[in-house]
Structure formats: structure tokens, C-alpha cells
Design a protein around this ligand. Structure first.
Ligand code: NAD
Length: 291
């Protein structure tokens, strides 16, 4: 069992750190928010106010923060204070460039590092069933895998530094585009007098089949667990989908890749957010598709 520092105890970080405690690890947690530190204490995490205190004696430091700038700032502050040869793992969803910058900070202090963003949302974080997409060296991956397994069900080593973030934004670009496609099809079906169930029964067993349809159906009825059945309470909020689509566009532009549908999906989600819908589940975009 390891001594682990966990920085960023928000909607995702707190349940993830709690699962590490349940697996028998000794976890010291740090967050700017006093409420998050109180909740951490209740979950058996030792709460501290300063990130320097969190990394003191930690063999592994995990960050789960809002964006690339936070990760680079935190890693810059603590890299010099960390135990020699300790391992830094960033699980936040951030831009590939910041992820590579964070790896460089760790390397310059002789530390091992991984980018390891997750998919599965707050439900997966609580249940310990997240998927981790990991970028970094083989030996760092081998050290992290047993610890990540306490928080997730599937741990995929995607390649070298930044490959985890690359996999995450490519996957979420597919998701953003496919959800809009499924919503358009249901909106068209409604205008053609087709019932939701009939379209679902055909498309879910035909070539239109995809996760956005069969697991996360954007109309109430066919998939009882989907957010459409609870007035689009997230789930995965529009603002988080928009964040990931923007990261994909930034990456596409710096890599010279052409992603016209990804760009259009980002525009549509931006428009939907501007209509005051940022806090709703991303499948609610069907309301905009209906016109
Ligand atoms: P959140 O805003 O709930 O939590 C972030 C936490 O970081 C906050 O509690 C904040 O106080 C803390 N924080 C910020 N700067 C800090 C600092 N310098 N030191 C210590 N604490 C600091 O966000 P979240 O929903 O937990 O998401 C975290 C990351 O996970 C994001 O990158 C997000 O894109 C990604 N993600 C979220 C979901 C989801 O469904 N919420 C799913 C997959 C990935």
C-alpha cells in the first residue's frame, strides 16, 4: 500500500481519492475549498490546506484539477518538494501541450510522470469503474497500474507523454459528434411521424447503432437510465462537453489535422451553452435540433 497525495478533491477527485482509501492506501488530500477538505476528512482522507504539505512523504502524487494552467502551476510548485523518484499522475482533462509541459517539469526534477485522464464521469468515479487513458513511460505505467485499478475498471496504456490526453479528446470528439447525429435523427423522425421506440428498435440493431443511442438515448423511454428520463440532469454537462470539444479543436489546429465535424459540434454546443443550457446534460442538445 502506498502513501498518496491527492490534489483537487472536487466532483471527481473526492470519490476517486475515497476509493484509494477503501483499497487501503494512506491518502493525504488537498483542495482550495474548505468544504472539499471537510468532505475528504469524512471519507478517511487526511486533509491539508497547502499542496506542499500534501506531497511531503508521498510516493505517488495525483492531480485532478480543472484545466492545464492549474496542473502546470501545481506541478511546478511541488516538483522540487517531492520524494526523489516519486511518481506524478495527472488525471485531469487538459490540453496535450500542457500535459507535455507537466511531464517536462517532472522529468527536470528526476520524477516519473503520467497523463491519465478518465472517462466514466462522477458515477464511474464513485463506483470505481472509470476508464483511464494513460500516456508516459512503461515503467511509470507499471508502477501506477495497481493504484489506478483501485479507481477504475479499465486502464489503457495509450503511448508516450501526452497520449492519454490525445486519446481522451479524440474519444470525446466522437461522442460530441455522434450525439448530435443521434439527436438530428430523432428530431427528423418526430417530424416524419415515427415513434421514438420504433426508431430506437431499428437503429439500435442496424448500422446507426452507437453509444449515444444505445446507452445514452437522448429521448425518454427507450433507455430508462439515460438523462433524457430525468429532464436532462447531468450526467455529463454541456459545459464539460464543450471544454473537451474545444481542447480537440486546439489540438487539431496545432497538429494540422482537419476536423470539420468536430469544429461544427463545438459551434453547436457553444450556441447551446449561450442559451443558458451549460449545466444540463449534453444530450439535451436535441431541444436545439428540434428548432
Ligand atoms: P471540480 O471543479 O468539481 O473539481 C476541481 C477541484 O480542484 C475543485 O474542488 C477546486 O477547488 C480544486 N482546485 C483548483 N485549483 C486547485 C489548487 N491549486 N490546489 C488545490 N485544489 C485546487 O471538477 P471535476 O468535475 O472534479 O473535474 C476535474 C477534472 O476532471 C477536470 O479536468 C474535468 O474536465 C475532468 N473530468 C470531469 C468529469 C466529470 O464528469 N465531472 C468527467 C471526466 C473528466
Amino acid at each position: 500500500m502506498a502513501n498518496i497525495a491527492f490534489i483537487g478533491l472536487g466532483n471527481m477527485g473526492l470519490p476517486m481519492a475515497s476509493n484509494l482509501v477503501k483499497a487501503g492506501h494512506v491518502v493525504t488530500g488537498c483542495d482550495l475549498s474548505p468544504a472539499a477538505r471537510d468532505a475528504a476528512s469524512e471519507a478517511g482522507i487526511r486533509p491539508v490546506e497547502r499542496i506542499a504539505e500534501a506531497v511531503d512523504g508521498a510516493e505517488i502524487t495525483i492531480t485532478m484539477l480543472p484545466a492545464g494552467a492549474h496542473v502546470v502551476a501545481v506541478w511546478s510548485e511541488i516538483a522540487a518538494l517531492a520524494l526523489p523518484q516519486s511518481l506524478f499522475v495527472d488525471c485531469s482533462t487538459i490540453d496535450v501541450e500542457s500535459a507535455r509541459k507537466a511531464h517536462a517539469i517532472a522529468e527536470s526534477h528526476g520524477l516519473s510522470s503520467l497523463d491519465a485522464p478518465v472517462s466514466g464521469g462522477t458515477g464511474g468515479a464513485g463506483a470505481g469503474t472509470l476508464t483511464f487513458m494513460v500516456g508516459g513511460a512503461d515503467d511509470a505505467f507499471a508502477r501506477a497500474e495497481p493504484v489506478l485499478s483501485a479507481m477504475g475498471r479499465k486502464i489503457v496504456h495509450c503511448g508516450s507523454n501526452g497520449a492519454g490526453q490525445a486519446a481522451k479528446i479524440c474519444n470525446n470528439m466522437i461522442l460530441g459528434i455522434s450525439m448530435i447525429g443521434v439527436c438530428e435523427a430523432f428530431a427528423l423522425g418526430e417530424k416524419l411521424g415515427l415513434s421514438h421506440q420504433a426508431l430506437f428498435d431499428v437503429a439500435s440493431t442496424s448500422s446507426g447503432q452507437c453509444w449515444s443511442l444505445t446507452t445514452y438515448c437522448p429521448v425518454p423511454g427507450p433507455v430508462p437510465a439515460s438523462p433524457a428520463n430525468r429532464d436532462y440532469m447531468p450526467g455529463f454537462a454541456v459545459q464539460l462537453m464543450l471544454k473537451d470539444l474545444k481542447l480537440a479543436q486546439e489540438a487539431a489546429s496545432s497538429a494540422g489535422a482537419s476536423t470539420p465535424l468536430g469544429a461544427h459540434a463545438a459551434e453547436l454546443y457553444s450556441l447551446f451553452e449561450a442559451q443558458g443550457q451549460g449545466g444540463r446534460d449534453f444530450s439535451a442538445i436535441i431541444e436545439m435540433m428540434r428548432g
